[in-house]
Design a protein. Structure first.
Length: 340
């Protein structure tokens, strides 16, 4: 991960919306990328990640919203803003009948890299992406992993401050995935990177911060430490060595303040085990005191922590952004007003 983060904002997107007919692909998304940062844009397939990436790179225009790249408005000055961006779409934009060297030479000309430094720029990109050994091979004869490397090489060829990678490891085998992850980590030392993926371990492996998108909306945006603290409700596992009926235990526990639900778990030997979910914060002492009052021998009292995968699934399937319907309506109203 990057070690030279600063407060300078290289990308700021505000209130991004993208509408296709009646379908709202992206709804009121805000995004910030700071210098030296690797940001993971995470979400299930169809969440709106690629649409967001395409708007950030100027390939499609937002229905509404503002995008600034290094302080330059992308909509007002697209050519100047795009000069600071390197982009790898989900499908690498490579020509299979060219060699890697020919392709990068072609891309360097498109990028207007001065001829006197063009050769060095190409060699640097080949070296950083470990492509020297295949530079003179046809791209169509390269493995999927090497084709991805060629795609990344064209994205960093002009030394952009911002590198945007859309699903860079899709379709790769485990060895190739690790190699691309290592490359992305290394890129984070010299570039600010936005990485789009639907794979949580991918983001954990290389990113400083994560922004989770679901159904076009941001449902979380912060560090992994904050994500780990994000639980839908605090849960306690309690085990009692007792012959008291299950209904009596549950009925008694339910009288405690702040209990949201109680579920009987599979017993272990002579112990009855229960999952106690609290509506606000964990209250283990109250459970212990209650067990003592009723003569129930307590042999387990353990807070249950959710894995990042479980928290991610809770965010995707269990929570919705407050006011999303109002946001959709607001976008629709803007469209109607613009058509009047």
């Amino acid at each position: 991960m990057s070690s030279t983060k600063s407060s300078k904002e290289l990308v700021r997107a505000t209130g991004l919306n993208r509408v296709y007919g009646n379908h709202h692909a992206v709804i009121n998304v805000d995004l910030v990328l700071r210098k030296g940062e690797v940001l993971g844009l995470l979400g299930p397939n169809g969440a709106g990640k690629s649409t967001t990436m395409q708007m950030l790179t100027g390939n499609i225009s937002p229905t509404s919203g503002e995008i600034k790249i290094n302080g330059i408005d992308l909509l007002d000055n697209p050519q100047q803003a795009k000069a600071s961006i390197g982009y790898l779409p989900e499908q690498p934009p490579v020509y299979r009948d060219m060699t890697a060297l020919e392709y990068l030479s072609y891309c360097a000309a498109l990028r207007d890299i001065p001829k006197q430094i063009r050769r060095q720029a190409i060699q640097t990109a080949l070296q950083r992406c470990s492509l020297e050994e295949v530079a003179n091979k046809l791209i169509g004869n390269l493995s999927k992993g090497f084709q991805q490397r060629v795609g990344i090489a064209q994205a960093i060829l002009h030394k952009p401050e911002v590198v945007i990678l859309d699903e860079p490891t899709v379709g790769l085998d485990p060895i190739q995935i690790n190699e691309i992850r290592d490359l992305i980590r290394e890129l984070g030392n010299d570039h600010s990177v936005i990485l789009s993926t639907h794979i949580l371990p991918e983001v954990q492996a290389v990113c400083d911060r994560v922004q989770i998108i679901n159904q076009g909306e941001t449902v979380f945006s912060d560090t992994f430490e904050k994500l780990a603290q994000r639980q839908i409700a605090p849960v306690l596992i309690a085990g009692f060595e007792t012959d008291v009926a299950q209904k009596v235990v549950i009925g008694t526990l339910q009288k405690l303040a702040g209990i949201a639900s109680i579920k009987k778990l599979e017993s272990v030997q002579s112990s009855q085990r229960f999952e106690i979910k609290f509506s606000n914060k964990l209250n283990a002492p109250a459970v212990a005191n209650l067990a003592n009052e009723h003569g129930w021998q307590l042999n387990e009292l353990t807070p249950k922590s959710e894995t990042l995968e479980q928290i991610f699934m809770n965010l995707i399937h269990g929570e919705k952004n407050i006011g999303s319907q109002q946001q959709v309506a607001a976008v629709s109203n803007k469209e109607e007003a613009s058509n009047v």
